[in-house]
Ligand binder design. Structure first.
Ligand code: PHE
Length: 460
């Protein structure tokens, strides 16, 4: 496989690296999923636990993935094969490729909704509608068998087209301008949302932790979402890390991406929850939360028409830069391990994922009554991939980093493009060797009901 080395694409600048990695991290996870699950799991306490996971587990695992990727210059599977020859570690990569298939299947559906909402915004379709009507229109749309499927396919087509062209030319160019613009729009929405009458209740919901509302499943979802939002646990950042040049300071990159991703999620929360309370929408309304809440805000804003169009365009772009990074995991694996041509690998993966996506989309309507453990196909893929596969991948990656790869090689890789002090390195080692694996294992066991943490508490 080493013959392929010289042909590998790489990011051309430091900014390109940040743009691509942040482009992967920032997406529907921040703007659609974070507010919706924060609503379902009770608000402030969920946010608090989520932030703890980001810091103690997400950041170290992001750095680990970047190290593994850049050191090996391989895809998610090949990386472990190269760094740990003749061992079972490489199966982490298979787990990642499987997660990529599952995630992109449902991700494309939500991104399709976002495209539909661009059209709705363009014709000013939210004007003079009541919160109730907005919600009914949304439900009718996602349950219909044609439109959402068509938009999902359109989104997958765009994703595949960009990946075929290659990662650098495809991504770097667009994210540079569009991501900052998205942040500006969200901040304007924040200001509007906070100024609505009755908005304080929303801020309180988001920032005032009520730990009595926290359940084992809530904690598991906070962990799963930390992985999902930062694009961790399935080799996305191993794959992107493999395109990063040696003079890049990986620690800084990891910190910047983590901070940007977290800030954008919290800003999205500030745009949503005050409006949720101001318009009397249920915070736990589920996957439709953003699509129902924001149109209400737009129609109350001066210039709301323009803002709504811009917002859904940018949301679609943010979804696109994430979807590309998910598809790239599969394509890099197919091309480097199965010797497929980039073009065919992309076509094959895109078609297969689109097909799963159609089933996801239909599971909201036509197949609504087919459920597994009370989850429809869409929720099932979301739940299993985000809450089980990604944390499991993260657990194995942290064990690999801490116990197999080891301190010396980590230091060497990090010092190629920067400097890492001994104390900081020790903290990192402690986190990847002990904190991350133990915490993930406990949350997984507890959240899935295999272990009850109350067994370890003093009896009341
Ligand atoms: N992080 C992306 C988002 O927040 C989704 C994603 C998950 C991307 C896993 C890559 C890998 O929308």
């Amino acid at each position: 496989m080493s013959g392929k080395q010289s042909k590998r694409d790489s990011f051309s600048s430091k900014f390109g690296v940040i743009a691509a990695a942040a482009g992967s991290a920032v997406g529907l996870g921040n703007i659609w999923k974070f507010p919706y699950i924060t609503g379902v799991y009770g608000g402030g306490a969920f946010l608090f636990v989520y932030l703890g996971f980001i810091l103690a587990i997400g950041l170290p695992i992001m750095l680990s993935e970047l190290i593994i990727g850049r050191k090996s210059k391989r895809n998610a599977f090949g990386a472990f094969k190269k760094l740990a020859p003749k061992s079972v570690w490489k199966y982490i990569g298979i787990l990642g490729v499987a997660a990529a298939f599952m995630i992109l299947s449902f991700y494309g559906v939500i991104a399709g909704w976002s495209i539909e909402y661009i059209f709705m915004a363009v014709v000013d379709g939210f004007k003079d509608t009541s919160p109730g009507e907005i919600s009914t229109t949304f439900t009718a749309f996602i349950e219909s068998p044609v439109k959402p499927v068509a938009f999902q396919l359109l989104f997958m087509l765009l994703t595949g087209a960009i990946v075929i062209v290659g990662i650098r030319k495809g991504i770097e160019k667009y994210t540079k301008i569009l991501m900052p613009l998205l942040v500006v729009i969200i901040i304007i929405l924040d200001i509007k949302a906070i100024s609505l009458k009755g908005s304080e209740a929303g801020l309180k919901f988001l920032f005032h932790p009520d730990f009595s509302k926290l359940t084992g499943e809530g904690i598991l979802s906070a962990l799963g979402h930390a992985f999902f939002s930062l694009s961790l646990g399935m080799g996305t950042l191993i794959t992107y890390g493999s395109y990063i040049r040696n003079d890049n300071n990986l620690l800084n990159t990891a910190i910047q991406v983590t901070v940007a991703d977290t800030i954008i999620a919290v800003l999205a929360g500030i745009a949503i929850f005050p409006a949720v309370f101001a318009f009397g929408i249920e915070p736990n309304s589920g996957p439709g939360l953003v699509f129902i809440t924001l149109p209400n805000v737009f129609q109350q804003m001066p210039g709301g028409h323009i803002f709504s169009v811009l917002f859904f365009v940018l949301l679609t772009v943010a979804a696109l830069t994430s979807a590309i990074s998910i598809l790239e995991v599969v394509v890099a694996y197919f091309t480097e391990e199965l010797n497929m041509k980039r073009k065919w690998a992309t076509v094959f993966a895109t078609i297969f994922i689109s097909f799963l996506g159609i089933i996801c989309s239909l599971s909201m309507g036509v197949f609504k009554n087919h459920s597994f453990y009370n989850l429809n196909f869409f929720d099932l893929l979301d739940w299993v991939s985000a809450n089980i596969l990604l944390p499991l991948g993260g657990l194995l990656i942290s064990l690999f980093m801490g116990w197999y790869f080891g301190r010396k090689k980590i230091r060497k890789e990090l010092e190629k493009g920067g400097h890492i002090g001994s104390a900081l390195l020790s903290i990192f080692m402690f986190l990847v060797r002990f904190i991350a694996p133990v915490a993930i294992a406990m949350v997984l066991l507890h959240g899935t009901g295999l272990l009850d943490l109350k067994w370890f508490m003093p009896a009341k």
